[in-house]
Design a protein around this ligand. Sequence first.
Ligand code: G3I
Length: 355
Amino acid sequence: MKYTKLVAQLFLFLILLNACKDSGTGGTEDEVLEPSLRNSPTYPVGYAIQRQHLNNRSYIDLLREQSSSISAEYEMKMSPMYNDPNAINYDVVDEIVDFAELSEIRVHGHALLWHSAVPSWIQNYNGTDAEFESIIENYVKDVVGRYKGRIASWDVVNEAFDDGAGNPLRNSVFRQKMGDDYIEKVFRWAREADPDVLLFYNDYNMVANGSKLEKVIAMADDFLERGVPIDGIGFQMHISYDWPSETDIISATNKVTSRGLKIHYSELDIRVNPNATATSYNAELAQRLVNRSTFIFNLYKSLPEETQFGITWWGVKDNDSWLRDFWENPNEWPLLFNDDFEPKDAVPAIIDIFE
Ligand code: G3I
């Protein structure tokens, strides 16, 4: 296994070295940078990536030109990393972090604890609760500690709150075996492992589901009051061109930034064909993406600088998007680049905001 890892890393290094040489990066200080989604925005703009694409030169070139931050769409979750109770598998995460460092791109870790990404041996753990808690503590400290100084931030806990207005917490295996205060425990463990890493709570429908947002804000206020380490909130932002309303997005965002917390639009995709009426990408859909994405990027630009963590698209190219499977609608084009790695109209429109 070690040999194949070495070969994979060498291969990736050579591709990147070649990319650096050709693209002339690392130029002199006074060189004028080409307008791009990496160079123009006043805050980090990134994408969820998949390791399998890092062997594709067009994919790498696009990230190096258009990205200043990446999240792993899957590979940094507990289920792929900790399937073997005897060892955490860091091979793929090492390759992603190596790529990011070579490309001078920030890495946002997603996600330490998520109820939908739990290895079966942990989900069905039949030891004591104390033993379970110690396994989770060791995992969190081992992972965050390993990438100290290399991974800038983590979604420490993802989607812990119930969608319903009733009981706040999902009844996940973490809550069942570690208690209602498991979120606090994990944030504290992550801080112990890396004093400088930024720690986020991440969730979906934070704009549209007022009661969920209320619960998250109440937790954040409690953490801030008691000195539990937390740096920001991630709004996943799986939105449509016409939902949620601009007013609701502004109001929900301000609930976070008014507390001095960072906000990360952490999984942005914009459904432009939610009713599946269109069967091909056309000028109307393109304009929908332009209008919505420029609203989002202008709003984010207006936030207090210290609360701007960045905007991360949940994928690079339209055919990468999870939405096509989730909504069983192949006719959805929610991202910034088409299947041939070409920028859609929204890319220059967003860049123009900052030029
Ligand atoms: O790569 C493996 C492959 O080796 C294996 O043979 C195959 C067997 O099932 O699985 C492949 O992994 C898939 C992975 O995506 C990589 O493509 C997993 O099955 C599949 O479950 C996984 O789906 C991801 C999902 O989270 C679950 O982790 C989606 O790509 C990803 O878009 C989605 O992202 C989530 C965020 O983490 C949290 N917010 C919601 C968002 C959408 O569900």
